[in-house]
Ligand binder design. Structure first.
Ligand SMILES: Cc1cc2nc3c(=O)[nH]c(=O)nc-3n(C[C@H](O)[C@H](O)[C@H](O)COP(=O)(O)OP(=O)(O)OC[C@H]3O[C@@H](n4cnc5c(N)ncnc54)[C@H](O)[C@@H]3O)c2cc1C
Length: 556
């Protein structure tokens, strides 16, 4: 199925990738990442949290030595050329020290991919092997003091030198991860103040300097600084792709970044759940363990169910991405077009996992602090750090207020282009059918003024996102039938019920806003009715019981 098509029709279980399908090679890479995190990173949490940037640089180089920085770089440029499914597993396994995970993601995804996708062969040959080995660390400079969400509003300029041999860059970048120890910056600037373009800038180039480290809420171990560019001269061949096409590089990298950050979130939420289960088994109040109380079980059960849905969606997306990236020759002349097409195809699904994953991570770590009570509010347990760190995910790589509209706007744009037929109601899934009906209602009601209806668009985007995650969970459950993990069906049943309940409120908001007639209102709400015989309290208790017994997430 191509990007966005899931909304029109139902997918079959055999057509989707699930984490159970990870190859032995992928699992081996996952274990390497897991071992590295356990042995090299986690023992140094205190130093990382104390902002020991030299240590972070050292850890990044060590990760490079193990192949964890170049895993996804094509073999032709010094990497291992692994697929997105394996990449997702690595991100998952590295997440429990989120400062390290962010430094890793900034290097491997947003700093490396613009060059890998759009750079000339010569430029790739010059820099990719160094990035792949970890000899050089990369950094991505898009945001500016005056332009974050509105990234294309950047003020940094690039001018061609009179002899045509150099680009001369002037301006400033803000919030740039890895700055202190990066040797290579992927920088976006406007040629002649107009044409948004992408450049590779080496550290040490005269005129390039850095601001002080930012004092942040979380991600204390990452280096986050301003870049100051004053007449920075770089070779003319350090332009990535074409003048005026820098937005392709930025948005493709951000799409993949959204997918990768949330693959990481899957790992972080798994650890959060495990830590909570252990604590809830040990801590006693009123002569009973916390885990024996219904309200604590409700939290554990819901986190588990939503995590199952998120994990299913992330790996389904990873498999879909692999299908479009497969067969691209990174050295061929048409590589940039093919990479562009591949990284753009699943923009809707990348955006869905970004919003769902970051918000689940926020909610799960918040509840984790609650389960730990006062101890959760201290540094004695890792949940306070996890809560602080994950907060960035709702802001970075497209704040969720920017990403939600991308979901619906991309659907509408593709419908206009004839890539999707949103008028066809071919799905049997109520969440999908309601999402489509509401989207059409919004278009009919507001027409050209639709962009100003952000609240309603956000509501529809959430229903569509829930539909994707629910279907991913349901199809995976189908595949797990007859296996020891078949009680994943409890997660799917609970996730459906919770999603429908939330969707009813969201749909009501949209229907009221559109002054929908009674027949339309009844038809949409009927699609979202949860099964009144489903005892969700019992489902949460059952799931919590499994989590508490194993003191871990039971499905992966
Ligand atoms: C720790 C950290 C690391 C980072 N690393 C990097 C990096 O390596 N490279 C890089 O280039 N950038 C990086 N960033 C920057 C990050 O991508 C931006 O912070 C983010 O894109 C948001 O931009 P902003 O901070 O300017 O917020 P703004 O764009 O000012 O947004 C503020 C709020 O307004 C909302 N908003 C804005 N526009 C709209 C709209 N049209 N509709 C509705 N709501 C809207 C936003 O969603 C947000 O909630 C990092 C940031 C942090 C904090």
């Amino acid at each position: 199925m191509l990007g966005g098509e899931f909304l029109q029709r139902d997918e079959s279980a055999n057509a989707i990738f699930t984490p159970e399908g990870l190859s032995s090679e992928a699992r081996l890479m996952g274990r390497t990442a897991e071992e590295f995190l356990k042995k090299a990173v986690l023992p140094h949490v205190e130093r990382i949290e104390a902002h020991d940037i030299e240590l972070m640089a050292e850890l990044m180089h060590q990760a490079g030595d193990l192949g964890l920085l170049g895993a996804e770089v094509p073999v032709a440029y010094g990497g291992f050329g692994i697929d997105n499914c394996t990449g997702a597993l690595i991100a998952e396994k590295l997440n429990w020290q989120q400062s390290f995970a962010l430094s890793h993601e900034a290097h491997t995804v947003i700093a490396t991919l613009p060059l890998q996708y759009f750079g000339s062969h010569a430029l790739k040959a010059k820099y990719l092997p160094k990035l792949a080995s970890g000899e050089w660390i990369g950094s991505f400079g898009l945001s500016e003091a005056g332009s974050g969400s509105d990234a294309l509003g950047a003020q940094t300029r690039a001018e061609l030198s009179p002899d045509g041999q150099h680009w001369v860059l002037n301006g400033g970048k803000m919030w740039i991860t890895n700055t202190a120890f990066a040797q290579l910056f992927t920088v976006f600037a406007k040629v002649d103040g107009e044409k948004f373009s992408c450049f590779m800038v080496e550290a040490g180039t005269p005129g390039l300097s850095y601001g002080k480290e930012e004092h942040k809420l979380g991600m204390k171990g990452t280096s986050t600084r301003r870049l100051i560019l004053e007449n920075v001269q770089i070779p003319v061949e350090n332009l990535v792709g074409e003048v005026g096409k820098g937005h392709y590089a930025a948005f493709c990298a951000l799409n993949m970044g959204r997918f990768k950050l949330e693959a990481g979130a899957v790992g972080g939420i798994k650890e959060t759940l495990a830590v909570c289960a252990t604590y809830a088994n040990q801590r006693k109040q009123f002569n009973r363990t916390l885990g024996s109380f219904g309200m604590i079980q409700a939290k554990l059960g819901s986190i588990c169910a939503r995590l199952f849905a998120l994990e299913s969606a992330v790996y389904r997306l990873a498999g879909a991405l692999d299908s479009v990236f497969e067969g691209i020759d990174p050295t061929a002349d048409d590589a940039p077009q093919r990479y562009h097409h591949a990284a753009e195809e699943y923009a809707i699904e990348c955006s869905i996992v970004k919003v769902v994953g970051s918000e689940l991570y926020s909610w799960a770590t918040d509840e984790a602090i609650q389960i730990h009570g006062g101890y959760g509010y201290t540094e004695e347990f890792p949940v306070a750090r996890a809560w602080r760190d994950q907060r960035l995910l709702r802001i970075g790589e497209g704040a969720n207020e920017i990403v939600r509209p991308i979901i619906v706007n991309t659907l509408l744009r593709r419908a206009k282009q004839g890539r999707l037929d949103l008028s066809a109601q071919l799905s049997t899934c109520g969440l999908k059918r309601a999402g489509l009906q509401l989207l059409q209602l919004l278009v009919e009601t507001f027409g050209a003024a639709l962009a100003e209806e952000q609240e309603a668009l956000g509501a529809v985007s959430d229903i569509i996102s829930a539909a994707y995650c629910y279907e991913s969970a349901a199809l995976r459950t189908e595949k797990l039938k007859g296996t020891p993990q078949e009680n994943a069906r409890l997660c799917t049943a609970l996730y459906l019920h919770e999603s429908q309940t939330a969707a009813l409120a969201l749909a009501s908001l949209v229907l009221t806003r559109c002054h929908a007639d009674p027949a339309t209102t009844a038809s949409v709400l009927a699609e979202l009715q949860p099964d009144s015989t489903t005892d969700t309290i019992a489902l949460r208790r059952l799931l919590a019981g499994t989590v508490l017994n194993g003191e871990r997430y039971p499905f992966g």
